[in-house]
Design a binder for this molecule. Sequence first.
Ligand code: TYD
Length: 133
Amino acid sequence: MPLAEWVDFPEHCADSGRLVAIEAGTSVPFEIRRVYYLYGLDTTSRRGFHAHKKLQQVAICLHGSCRFLLDDGHTKEEVLLDQPNRGLLIRSFLWREMFEFSEGCVLVVLASELYDEGDYVRDYKEFASAARA
Ligand code: TYD
């Protein structure tokens, strides 16, 4: 089964442009409790390097593109995010790394929980042994 799960948001297209609405209880399979975004990203940097014990997220690249590496402790998968109407669902206990940010990339993340550093697993060995257990 692929690690990458996608959420496609309906678009309202007009000659003048496109609009996407994300409503609670519709396309995102959890209650959204936090929204954060990344911008001003260094195109040569790699970020992430963690998994979450409980948190679920949907990452949407609103402008430009970037790549995600997903890892469940057994399999690794790389995906490209470059569509503002398509979100990557990242379930709990998936290791993620983000990289190859395009110039001006803007990444928005919908999250199922408030920020909690205690929910992070930042040590890959700890993640891998827990994931394989
Ligand atoms: P982190 O989740 O490690 O970023 P990334 O996965 O993009 O590498 O967070 C970077 C810093 O920002 C870290 O010090 C925690 C802080 N932070 C918050 O304070 N609130 C938040 O909602 C998030 C996501 C991060």
